[in-house]
Design a binder for this molecule. Structure first.
Ligand code: SF4
Ligand code: SF4
Length: 168
């Protein structure tokens, strides 16, 4: 008897869950439909959208990254690979704003989940999210973006034709 009651109870729970799900689905039927005409019409993004990263430079164009590895340590997807180096030449001659810099800085977008933890972890404001989301490639290896690409993303970000949403 008790097993019949528990089966009825379980069935009632299932019916209730289905009804709740269908109620959400049905509630959208009378709402206005919105069709995005992408890629003919650019997508509107929120200012804080987390797209493909760029590596930032200081006011004199020097790389801000000091290869401290904090971003790589914070990354839950193990997507960042860095090799550190030192350039002891004067500020004007070296690539970075400090002698220590990243000789290699790769982000593997086959692993990255665009969570933003690396940006939060960086003490030098050296890594930022841009707004590019068109990152599809036909070769898996092309998902690994190197330092030169990430640095040049700064310029792409400045010239990107963005339509930002203001209702955030
Ligand atoms: S956005 Fe997240 S997953 Fe991507 S590199 Fe940064 S910490 Fe890793
Ligand atoms: S991007 Fe920032 S956190 Fe990552 S190694 Fe460079 S300075 Fe450190």
């Amino acid at each position: 008897m008790s097993s019949i009651l528990s089966e009825i109870f379980e069935a009632a729970k299932t019916v209730r869950a289905i009804a709740q799900g269908m109620a959400v689905t049905l509630s959208y039927i009378p709402k206005q439909k919105l069709t995005r005409q992408y890629p003919d019409v650019p997508v509107e993004l929120y200012p804080r959208f987390r797209g493909e990263h760029y590596l930032a430079r200081d006011e004199n164009g020097k790389e801000r990254c000091v290869a401290c590895f904090l971003c790589a340590a914070a990354c839950p997807a193990d997507a960042i690979y860095i090799e550190a180096d030192e350039d002891l030449r004067p500020y004007a001659e070296r690539p970075g704003m400090e002698p220590r810099y990243a000789r290699v800085y790769n982000i593997d977008y086959g692993r990255c989940i665009l969570c933003g933890y690396c940006v939060e972890a960086c003490p030098k404001d050296a890594i930022k999210h841009g707004h590019n989301f068109e990152m599809a490639v036909t070769n898996f290896a092309d998902l690994v973006k190197d330092k030169e690409y990430l640095l040049s993303n700064l310029e792409r970000e400045k010239t990107r034709n963005l339509t930002l949403r203001s209702d955030a």
